[in-house]
Design a protein around this ligand. Structure first.
Ligand code: ZN
Length: 240
């Protein structure tokens, strides 16, 4: 019997790596992309390209205006600036309130209807963010919660959230994805979302550093020149 997986797919590097992992593990892929009032629609465009690359049967794109309505994040409210030099000491303004809890709630509903037992999400608690909804405690708790809240959790096989990047650095994620031929050329990470990545926002900087540490060249175009032979120190302050 075919195993199905719902993959929360943003069009970014991490969620696209999850597509590669789920594909490698033999799942039939059901990517779920949220258009939630991000600053730019590029993520959704790239997510469609990633879904096409993996020849998925069904790519769902869910519009959620709610985050735009409430604001409170630099990603959904244009009056809040995107940080260029975050020092990692606070939860950054790019945090979107309770985003992953809402995404995983919707993903679990979709998985239940599909008969999928597994949900993949590309969160990592290492090397970045301090977002509370990227921590293992949250994923463990949500795993319990979705099984309490769903029919399949009560009467059948239940659902399982897999966060295979949880304990990987960006470098390790890129190395894993490269082994799995993940199409990084189709992904986007820049908070500013232009045709070329800015190379200076926090998200670009983390991505560039990951490729540099892995000794690889990022295939996406940047607005600035980047020395891909540079090997940054690997013990940049990370957050657990
Ligand atoms: Zn950027």
């Amino acid at each position: 019997m075919v195993k199905k997986a719902v993959v929360v797919l943003s069009g970014g590097l991490d969620s696209t790596t999850c597509m590669g992992i789920a594909n490698q593990e033999g799942f039939e892929l059901y990517p779920l992309t949220f258009s939630y009032g991000q600053r730019h629609s590029r993520e959704v465009v790239q997510a469609k390209k990633v879904a096409a690359y993996y020849r998925v049967k069904d790519h769902r794109i869910v519009n959620i205006d709610f985050f735009k309505q409430i604001g409170g994040s630099a990603l959904t409210d244009t009056s809040i600036g995107v940080p260029q030099n975050g020092d990692g000491s606070d939860i950054p303004v790019t945090y979107v309130p309770a985003r992953n809890m809402i995404f995983l709630s919707l993903a679990s509903a979709y998985a239940e209807v599909l008969g999928a037992e597994t949900i993949f999400i590309g969160v990592s608690s290492v090397d970045y963010s301090g977002y509370p909804d990227c921590r293992p405690e949250f994923i463990d708790s949500m795993n319990r919660t979705i099984n309490l809240a769903t029919k399949t959790g009560v009467t059948s096989r239940g659902l399982s959230i897999q966060a295979p990047l949880m304990h990987l650095t960006k470098k390790e994620t890129i190395e894993l994805g490269t082994r799995l031929a993940v199409p990084y050329q189709l992904t986007t990470s820049c908070y500013n979302g232009g045709d070329k990545a800015c190379g200076t926002c926090d998200s670009c900087r983390l991505r560039i550093k990951g490729f540099q540490e892995a000794g690889l060249i990022d295939p996406i175009p940047y607005q600035i020149d980047i020395d891909w032979t540079r090997r940054p120190s690997q013990n940049m302050p990370g957050r657990e």
